[in-house]
Design a protein around this ligand. Sequence first.
Ligand SMILES: [Zn+2]
Ligand SMILES: [Zn+2]
Length: 420
Amino acid sequence: MKDETQALKDETQALENGKDFSSSRFSCLLATKDRDFLLSPTGLQVKVSDLDGKVVGLLFAANWYPPCRSFTQMLVGIYEELKSSVSDFEIVYVSSDEDADAFSTYYGHMPWLATPFSDLETKKALNRKYDVEGIPCLIILQPDDSQEDATLGNGVELVYRYGIQAYPFTNQRLEQLQREDRERHENQTLIDLLTNYNRHHVLGHPGPKQVPVASLVGKTIGLYFSAQWCVPGAKFTPKLISIYHKIKQMLAINGKDEEFEIVLVSSDRDQASFDSYFSSMPWLALPFGDPEIKKLARHFDVQGIPCLVILGPDGKTITRHGRSLINLYEENAYPFTKAKVEQLEKQLEEEAKGLPSLVYHQEHRHQLNLVSDGNGGGPFICCVCEEQGSCWAYQCLECGYEVHPKCVKAVNRDSISVTN
Ligand SMILES: [Zn+2]
Ligand SMILES: [Zn+2]
């Protein structure tokens, strides 16, 4: 409570400090009564009033947190591209680094402005004003005070999703992008997704076999976004390979094994890693470094890998959650349609009726409770197989430990020997 009161005081103070010498929107936010400037990468001070008339992004981040480092790296590219064509855009870094040295090093990689590291008051006031709960966070302010309600809190998401296209970050621009997104998905075809003007094939085995994309039209296709360096991918890929073979066997009974295919969409960093990763897989792939790869990741809003997007025979998206469906239902998930998933959920519901509501599990010292989506559960990462789960789970109410029902190794209470 005390902390909150203090923070409110801080904010009021910061706002009042601003009013002392200027009524400009950005001065109120970013200047104090002793400081009317921001830091710049060249070491020169830049007047806060220089921001007037610009779209300003406030970047809340810290060097010690890897997601901040990767976001910053991407934002630098976008910032430099934007600055080469427009002059009314700026970013101001608001640091949560642990000390002045860390700040200097991290800020040394940024081409934009910053509030001084020593100015904790301004940082606190900004955090409070914009409800910054996690980093990285990018708040986008429009130049005009009267557009206060046009302030966007989800700049990170927008930059990841739309890149430079999101500029000038107005609601109008975003509505337009979302409309275009919807249209793109409604009109999506496999040919458009997987080919470009000079490539009409994907890669097969043995290399350098080329498979025409046209031959995949009418099939159920999994787009597998992954990379050899991806740690969860190293676990999921062998599983997907085994399920892939099982689906093919299942379909082969009716002579329909050609109806399903997977295409690797790799974000490997070099040709050699791609070659070795792809050679371990029984399916097809887009060529390494193909320009369509980035477009596909953006089109399907792939925010983490591995990710399995399933396309139906008409080329439209069935689901972006192929990975968790494979984890939950294995080969039975095929063909991943809504109707199929509903049927599987019902089945799971029935099976869950037969599960004990409490168990002791070999790898956990506390008792685990059976929970479901609507009943204490929700999406989780299984502590045994480290894969995603949803629907039913065994959960520890004491520490949040959670596992798939199928991953539980049930034991008597007395035989638990683990120390966690
Ligand atoms: Zn599991
Ligand atoms: Zn526990």
